[in-house]
Design a protein around this ligand. Structure first.
Ligand SMILES: Nc1ncnc2c1ncn2[C@@H]1O[C@H](COP(=O)(O)OP(=O)(O)OP(=O)(O)O)[C@@H](O)[C@H]1O
Length: 941
């Protein structure tokens, strides 16, 4: 291991079994440890839970090694002390410490049963006896030159006591003092004395001195050295502490027992034999290692007094004082452990003698092991917890172990020789005289020491005077500073008031900020209202759309009605003979145009009205919004003005503060920082407020624009949708109208043809009575043809309501026409009958005149009659179709019928009066009338 290598303190926990008192008190086991060893964790459950809950609620501490109730003394030695012992043998300084609450087994662990049984240690022997035995065992094994010395010191009520002093010697012995070779005090004082640790500078100088000085002086010097640490590495040593040479373990045990006899023990409530002091048993080993050089190493075996609760231990008076002092030094030890673990810059070693003595062992150049002893019983759980806390803390302490220095053999020999001389001299003086006997040399030494002490006292007095004058100066300073302090206190109180005022202002500002927040909330509320208004707009838009649809529907209905009326009108016009359909259709088209135009105009008007309405209302809303925004901005402005005023007053106050601080306290940049902070806060506030307003305006404008656009778009869509839909609806109707128009034209054409045909037929009838039947047949054929053509278009016509009604009308007229033809046929029959009558009359005349008529003439008349008969059998207009248009021809037909009726009425007497019937022959007149009427018949284009 390198000299600079850091090594953590080894920390072990030893938990004994419950003692009689604890068992009697029925105090449960709250500590969980392995029975012997094996784990490095200790769990402490103070909650009183059992089972899993106990495990969960217990606190676990981790250390290097944990020993349970069944771990014996041998195991503790083997696991903790032996490794250190080997280092000790190698030349390292080592320390084993036992720490813990009273009665937990510290003394048992450190000393145990130190007695020898037939020269052997018992099983209960503790660390010290075992180390002593092991030491001489190893030294014998190694067979190296060596020297072993022991010392045993006690720290009782903050006083050091040499436990190896015999009581009668105590009065003569010098007081034990702790020296720190690094401390200034130590060195300055040492400088004034011959036994200064600094004066020891190794064997070489000793050799030189030995040549120059008389033997007695040399011996004295060596003797002094023997009472001081021989190694320069060890900074702490106890002046005047006796060290005894031992040649065997038995001698060591003897010293131990002698020291233990002198140790302060007492019976307490908690321990019948309670150690009331801290003890350090030190073994010094001088082992030859290289030529004449001996390596010096030291083993400190420390048994600390128990950390205990004064109340619980029942300590009173002296015991309470002891406990207080024990606890005080242990508290300091705790603080030292904490500071070392936390690597603090200041370690309070000097606060107690115990910590000063342990300075090398804790965070120094020593290899150290700490055994913390604990009780498993619940009644001790508080102290157990504290011990475990210390132990875990101590685990973090790092030491830098270093090998001990060398000392030359001759120095050692001289040292021992001087010691012997001194002892012999004292012995001789004692033997020869009564009273206090000592050698001359010893007496001179004491006198010398006395002189030294006197000088030291003088020095101390001078020091004291110096300190006193320093103190008076300091007192003066203190007075001045007190006055200053008073002044500053007053100023501080003044400042405190200003700060209070500032706090008030800050409160007010806070209120203002609150109001600002409220204003913003109101603004948000206004925004909500605006959004509601926009929603109302939207609803109105929807209503408008519905209204529009309603209006358009109404318009369309009225348009349809007017269209229907128009069609009815057309129908009426059609029924009228003289009506020309063209103007009507034109009318319809015009009317349609007008209606469409009016629909369009109304739509546009309504749209316009609505937009106007919206645009009329929008400014109101905009105005309301802008009013709200203005209100808010006014509020914000007023707040910002207020804020500015507050900030300025704050900054004013802070200026005062700064002035004061700069003038009276310290130069710093508080004001600057404050200004920056205030500016930044104000700036931030302003930016936030502006941003808020801008965002608000922007979002309102966006919202309004979007709503307006949406509304316009919806309106346009609705209007164009309605117009397109209605146009779409009108389109097929328009087509139907056009088709109807075509059909009407075709019908008219057919009707015209039919009329012509009928006219031709009737003309033919009128022109030639002989060809009348033939002509009629042709007319009938034509009618049939026409009817067939009608059948083609009837499907189309049937779809048209108006047309079908017209056709119905025409059908009626066809029936009427058929009747007319029938009447004509009847008339023909009457004519035939008349012709037969004429024939008969002619035959009669021929018979009378005895003139036989030519066969040819007879045949032709017969043929004609036959044809007439045949034609008469076929009904006219069997298709049931009637030309659509009526004409004067029908009237003429009616007239003809009347004439025919007249004639039939008149014809009935034919048989009685042929001449009359001849005179009444309607043929000639009918043709003339028909001719007259045909010329009147209107034409349809
Ligand atoms: N591990 C152990 N095994 C057996 N006995 C033990 C053990 N630990 C302690 N004891 C016994 O308990 C009693 C108290 O022990 P001890 O005196 O060593 O405690 P202590 O911690 O030194 O107390 P104090 O601080 O008061 O001196 C002794 O009788 C001792 O023999």
């Amino acid at each position: 291991m390198s000299d600079e290598e850091e090594l953590n303190i080894t920390v072990a926990i030893r938990c004994r079994g419950r003692n009689e008192k604890e068992i009697k008190a029925k105090s449960s086991v709250v500590v969980s440890v392995p029975d012997v060893m094996g784990s490095n964790e200790v769990s402490l459950n103070t909650t009183g839970d059992v089972g899993i809950a106990a495990q969960m609620n217990s606190k676990t501490y981790t250390v290097d090694k944990v020993f349970g109730p069944s771990a014996d003394q041998q195991l503790i030695f083997k696991e903790i002390a032996e490794p250190l012992f080997h280092d000790f043998m190698k030349g390292y300084n080592c320390t084993v410490l036992v720490y813990g609450m009273t009665s937990t087994g510290k003394t048992y662990t450190m000393t145990g049963d130190e007695r020898l049984y037939d020269g052997e240690l018992s099983e209960a022997a503790g660390v010290i006896p075992r180390v002593l035995f092991k030491l001489f065992e190893e030294l014998t094994k190694e067979d190296a030159d060596h020297m072993v010395k022991c010392s045993f010191v006690e720290l009782y009520n903050e006083e050091l006591r040499d436990l190896l002093d015999e009581p009668q010697e105590t009065t003569l012995l010098k007081k034990l003092r702790i020296f720190d070779s690094n401390s200034n005090l130590g060195s300055s004082r040492a400088g004034s004395r011959s036994n200064s640790p600094r004066s020891f500078d190794g064997s070489t100088s000793l050799k030189r001195k030995s040549k120059q000085q008389p033997l007695q002086k040399q011996v004295k010097h060596i003797l002094q050295k023997s009472q001081q640490p021989a190694d320069q590495n060890s900074a702490i040593y106890i002046q005047n502490l006796q060290e005894f040479h031992i040649m065997s373990a038995r001698e060591g045990i003897g010293l131990l027992q002698r020291g233990l006899r002198h140790r302060q023990v007492a019976s307490t409530k908690m321990n019948d034999v309670s150690s009331r002091s801290h003890t350090i048993f030190t073994i010094m080993l001088y082992k030859k290692c290289d030529g004449e050089a001996f390596r010096v190493s030291k083993m400190n075996l420390v048994d600390l007094a128990g950390s205990e609760n004064i109340n619980r231990s029942g300590a009173q008076n002296q015991r309470a004082k002891e406990a207080g002092s024990i606890n005080q030094s242990l508290l300091t030890l705790g603080r030292v452990i904490n500071s070392l673990a936390d690597k603090s810059s200041h370690i309070p070693f000097r606060e107690s003698k115990l910590t000063r003595l342990l300075q090398d062992s804790l965070g120094g150049n020593t290899k150290t092991a700490l055994i913390a002893t604990i009780s498993p019983a619940k009644i001790n759980s508080e102290e157990t917890s504290s011990t475990l806390e210390y132990a875990t803390k101590a685990k973090n302490i790092k030491n830098k172990p270093q090998l001990g220095s060398f000392v030359m053999k001759d120095v050692l020999v001289k040292n021992v020789t001087a010691e012997l001389i001194k002892i012999k001299s004292d012995l001789l003086s004692t033997k020869s005289k009564d009273g206090i006997y000592m050698s001359q040399e010893h007496y001179r030494e004491l006198t010398n020491d006395l002189e030294n002490y006197k000088t030291e006292v003088q020095e101390c007095k001078r020091e004291l005077e110096k300190l006193a004058s320093q103190n008076s100066l300091l007192l003066k300073d203190k007075k001045t500073s007190n006055e200053l302090h008073e002044l500053q206190r007053l100023k501080i109180s003044k400042l405190g008031k200003s700060i209070e005022i500032l706090y008030d202002k800050i409160d007010r500002q806070h209120k203002n900020e609150q109001e600002l927040v409220n204003a913003v909330q109101r603004l948000m509320h206004a925004i909500n209202i605006m959004q509601q208004s926009l929603r109302v707009y939207k609803d109105n838009g929807q209503k408008f759309q519905n209204e529009m649809e309603k209006v358009l529907r109404l318009k369309m209905d009225s348009f349809k009605n007017s269209l229907r009326n128009e069609i009815v009108q057309v129908k009426q016009n059609l029924t009228e003979e003289s009506t020309n359909i063209d103007p009507n259709i034109e009318n319809i088209v015009n009317e349609l145009d007008v209606i469409l135009e009016s629909v369009q105009t109304s739509s546009i008007e309504i749209c316009q009205k609505f937009i106007d309405g919206v645009l009329d209302q929008t400014p109101d809303h905009f105005e309301t919004i802008s009013k709200e925004v203005k209100n808010v901005s006014t509020i914000v402005n007023s707040y910002s003005v207020k804020l500015m005023s507050h900030l300025s007053s704050i900054s004013e106050e802070y200026n005062h503060l700064k002035e004061y601080l700069n003038d009276h306290f310290f130069k710093n940049n508080f004001q600057e920082a404050l200004d920056v902070h205030v500016d930044r806060t104000y700036h931030q506030l302003k930016i936030t407020a502006n941003g808020l307003i801008a965002k608000l305006q922007e979002s309102m404008n966006d919202q309004l624009d979007e709503n307006r656009n949406n509304m316009m778009k919806n309106l346009k869509n609705a209007a164009s949708g309605v117009v397109t839909r209605e146009m779409g609806l009108l389109e097929p109707v328009k087509k139907t109208w056009e088709a109807s128009l075509e059909n009407i034209n075709q019908c008219d054409k057919l009707n015209h043809e039919f009329e012509n045909d009928i006219n031709t037929a009737v003309n033919g009838l009128h022109n030639d009575i002989n060809n009348a039947l033939k002509t009629t047949n042709i007319a009938v054929a034509d009618v049939k043809k026409g009817m067939k053509k009608f059948e083609g278009i009837s499907g189309n016509l049937r779809n048209n309501e108006a047309l079908s009604s017209n056709i119905q009308e025409m059908r009626k007229k066809h029936v009427w026409l058929k009747d007319q033809i029938k009447q004509h046929t009847e008339y023909m029959n009457t004519a035939k009958f008349k012709l037969e009558e004429i024939d008969h009359s002619m035959k009669d005349i021929l018979n009378i005149q005895s003139l036989s008529p030519k066969a040819e003439n007879d045949d032709s008349v017969d043929l004609l009659l036959q044809q007439l008969k045949q034609k008469q059998l076929k009904p006219v207009g069997s298709t049931g179709k009637t030309p659509m248009r009526t004409s004067s021809w029908y009237n003429s037909g009616l007239n003809c019928r009347e004439d025919a009726e007249d004639r039939s009425n008149k014809a009935s007497p034919i048989k009685t009066s042929r001449s009359n019937s001849m005179a009444a022959s309607p043929l000639k007149r009918t043709r003339q009338e028909d001719d007259h009427h045909v010329s009147k018949s209107p034409k349809i284009s």
